[in-house]
Design a protein around this ligand. Structure first.
Ligand code: BGC
Length: 374
């Protein structure tokens, strides 16, 4: 299911050839671009990256940062990777700082489209190329968008929740709720589009009934509280929860536990986080969606190379995603997500995304032994 290491090595070699840089040496390619002007420092150019926060998902610091760093290093690009900590004004300060430092490419994961667009506009005015990383900035006009097929991510959640229910013999008379991501994140809308689509047949037939639809704002507590309210409103008759990521699933599972219902009500998730995988192994969570961030990071670095080289369009950006504000199609790289249940948690670990020593602890240890995860 996953890309073989050999293929990755070949792709990295191709990237090295492209920028004619000394791949393999340390090349001074890590650290901060803060002191360097455009083209200084990194032999292949400089890129500034702004990640959104460190709490709505562990992925940003645990996976995206090191994988982006590694991808840029291999390509001989100097990268300054910063985190806005969920703070719009810090995001703006980081954006201004990177533009003033003269990065060649600015890559952002926005906190919302408005502040994201303001940053992208300033970069453009300064002659800096831009890439939307993971989240599309509506109205932002970035040169490229690199992400996953996010509608498909949502469809996989719908598929997963139906599978977990039918494994328990439940195929009708099902009440379910949707706990959505933060409405400021365009991805939250795409995920929702996917799971609404995936649930259409069973809701149209009357077998399933949507009895609650709330945002959990990518926050465990907000999601837990939203779930608890819906649970009370529905007199405790909720049979399944579509949660748009693992962080929110954690908050919902805590509420199910408090009601003695964990393991009895399938909950979905996304990100294949350590916490999410552990909850799947212990039977508290039905599934997660694994997005191989290494592919996303590699694509981002390749696009940065083409922009640094002044190329118009990259062969890599074969997809397009509509920007509903500018009404233009943004050239995109969209990677494929994968569905993870208890019996294939091992794939995520074999792929090197999470470590067995982190996942196989506490209550998850026994399942790891049973499933040969080490
Ligand atoms: C990302 C998800 C993440 C969420 C919260 C989304 O834009 O695609 O992977 O769980 O943000 O950080």
């Amino acid at each position: 299911m996953f890309e073989r290491p050999l293929v990755k090595a070949a792709a990295a070699a191709a990237a090295c050839a492209l920028v004619l840089t000394a791949c393999g040496d340390d090349g001074g390619s890590s650290g901060s671009a803060a002191g360097g002007g455009a083209g200084e420092g990194g032999e292949g150019g400089t890129v500034g990256v702004i990640l959104p926060d460190a709490t709505t998902s562990p992925r940003w610091e645990a996976n995206d940062r090191p994988l982006l760093q590694a991808a840029f290093e291999e390509a001989g690009i100097e990268a300054d990777i910063q985190n806005a900590d969920g703070d719009v004004s810090k995001f703006g300060t980081l954006c201004d700082g990177m533009i003033n430092a003269g990065v060649n490419v600015l890559m952002i994961t926005n906190l919302d489209s408005e502040s994201g667009s303001a940053c992208l506009r300033k970069a453009k005015d300064a002659g800096i190329s831009t890439v939307d990383y993971d989240r599309l900035t509506l109205g932002g006009g970035a040169s490229y968008y690199v992400s996953f097929d996010n509608v498909e991510v949502g469809r996989l959640m719908a598929e997963g929740v139906q599978k977990c229910l039918s494994d328990d013999g439940k195929t009708e008379g099902v009440n379910y709720v949707q706990i959505n991501g933060d409405p400021t994140d365009n991805n939250a809308a795409l995920f929702k589009q996917g799971y609404v689509e995936g649930m259409k047949e069973v809701t149209d037939s009357g077998a399933f009934r949507l009895v609650g639809d709330q945002t959990g704002q990518w926050d465990a507590d907000v999601a837990g509280t939203a779930f608890e309210q819906l649970f009370t409103q529905n007199g405790g008759k909720i049979d399944a929860v579509i949660s748009a990521n693992d962080t929110m699933a954690g908050g919902i599972i805590a509420r199910l536990k408090a009601n003695g219902l964990n393991g009895k009500v399938p909950v979905t998730g996304q990100d294949a986080s350590v916490e999410g995988l552990q909850a799947i192994l212990t039977g508290d969570q039905c599934m997660t969606v694994y997005k191989a961030i290494e592919k996303e990071a590699n694509a981002a670095s390749q696009l940065a190379i083409s922009l640094i080289n002044g190329e118009e369009g990259s062969d890599l950006a074969q997809d397009t995603v509509p920007d509903t504000v500018t009404k233009q199609d943004v050239p995109s790289v969209l990677e494929e997500p994968a569905i993870i249940y208890r019996d294939n948690v091992k794939d995520v670990i074999d792929d090197g995304y999470q470590k067995a020593e982190d996942v196989c602890t506490g209550a998850a240890e026994a399942a790891c032994t049973e499933l040969g995860i080490s």
